[in-house]
Design a protein around this ligand. Structure first.
Ligand SMILES: Nc1ncnc2c1ncn2[C@@H]1O[C@H](COP(=O)(O)OP(=O)(O)OP(=O)(O)O)[C@@H](O)[C@H]1O
Ligand SMILES: N[C@@H](CCO)C(=O)O
Length: 304
């Protein structure tokens, strides 16, 4: 492929952890950011952002999307070109839906496509994981679907996780932010053997529950001892939403990524009732929220 003058990249939102799969599993959702990069003859960097909360995105060299773009050029040992970047935000910022992963994947993919796809998809993926620090958002953002990532020590093994068509992700997005760094800051550096065993068993059960749609397995599987017990205090209304979602028929509720968005899994027949119950529970706490059922994105980052 040859060098091109402009490229548009779309990258899906992602929901990571899914309860017991802390830092290793995530799923891409049909909710997108769009990034257009146009080469300039000169002029350095111009960034224009549209969409909800556009004013919260940096428009200088500290912009994460641009930093990922620069990272690509550092990797291929070239100087980044002057560019105009147009960002259309569809993924809410710092809500636990992988907005930073969209920026990292978007910047790397854009650089690679502008330079004629010099790197393979797995090389882009390795760079993205190194930038984000964990694989569970960037891998499904790049590849689509639900993905489990495990390292051999030298490289990442990525496994496609089958997701039963009747299992619906219901996401409840509150109107406040929670940065990933703050939500990681409350976690202990060491865990007990009992908690490690608990999560090992529950992640295994979750994989089979997602594949088969077995509700009994999913009800038990959507529990965690590694991150949620420490993080839930950062999310007002967590317990009320959990009770509301389960009472309305959800299999369970977990924190999406580092939060504050909450994710319930429900049978497709219950998802509307679960949406209404979660919205009402947050309204009772005085919190404005957007609640919707989404389906899985299966394609990941796309460029055109
Ligand atoms: N489209 C974007 N362009 C540039 N920077 C972005 C974009 N989206 C997110 N960011 C950067 O990423 C930060 C949010 O990252 P953070 O890891 O805290 O949350 P998140 O990725 O939305 O949530 P989680 O990792 O829990 O899914 C923003 O404050 C901003 O600095
Ligand atoms: N696994 C990450 C996802 C958010 O980036 C966490 O929970 O901190």
């Amino acid at each position: 492929m040859s060098v091109v003058s402009a490229i548009t990249v779309t990258v899906p939102a992602t929901t990571a952890n899914l309860g017991p799969g802390f830092d290793c599993i995530g799923a891409a959702l049909k909710l997108y950011n769009e990034f257009k990069f146009t080469r300039l003859e000169e002029g350095g960097l111009t960034i224009h952002v549209t969409g909800k909360e556009a004013e919260r995105v940096q428009t200088d060299e500290s912009n994460l999307l641009y930093q990922a773009f620069v990272k690509f050029y550092q990797h291929i040992e070239q100087t980044p070109p002057s560019v105009k970047i147009e960002i259309k935000l569809g993924v809410p910022l710092a809500r636990g839906l992988g907005s930073s992963a969209t920026a990292i994947v978007g910047g790397l993919v854009a650089g690679n496509q502008l330079e004629g796809a010099t790197l393979s998809q797995s090389q882009v993926m390795e760079l993205a994981i190194a930038m984000e620090g964990h694989p569970d958002n960037v891998v499904p953002a790049l590849l689509g679907g639900c993905r489990l990532a495990a390292t051999s020590g030298a490289a990442w093994e990525i496994c496609d996780v089958p997701w039963h068509k009747d299992v619906v992700p219901v996401i409840a997005i509150p109107n406040f932010e929670l940065s990933t760094s703050e939500a990681r800051g409350v976690l202990p550096t060491e865990v007990s053997r009992a908690d490690a065993i608990f999560n090992t068993a529950h992640l295994g059960l979750l994989l089979r529950g997602l594949e088969t749609g077995n509700g009994q397995w999913l009800k038990t599987a959507l529990q965690d001892k590694l991150h949620q017990p420490y993080r839930k205090a950062l999310i007002p209304g967590y317990d009320a939403l959990n009770i509301a979602a389960v009472s309305a028929g959800a299999y369970g509720m977990v924190i999406s990524g580092a939060g504050p968005t909450l994710l319930a899994l429900a049978d497709k027949l219950n998802s509307k009732a679960v949406e209404a119950a979660m919205l009402a529970a947050w309204q009772e706490e005085g919190i404005t929220a957007e609640v919707r059922s989404l389906s899985l994105d299966t394609q990941g980052a796309k460029s055109f």
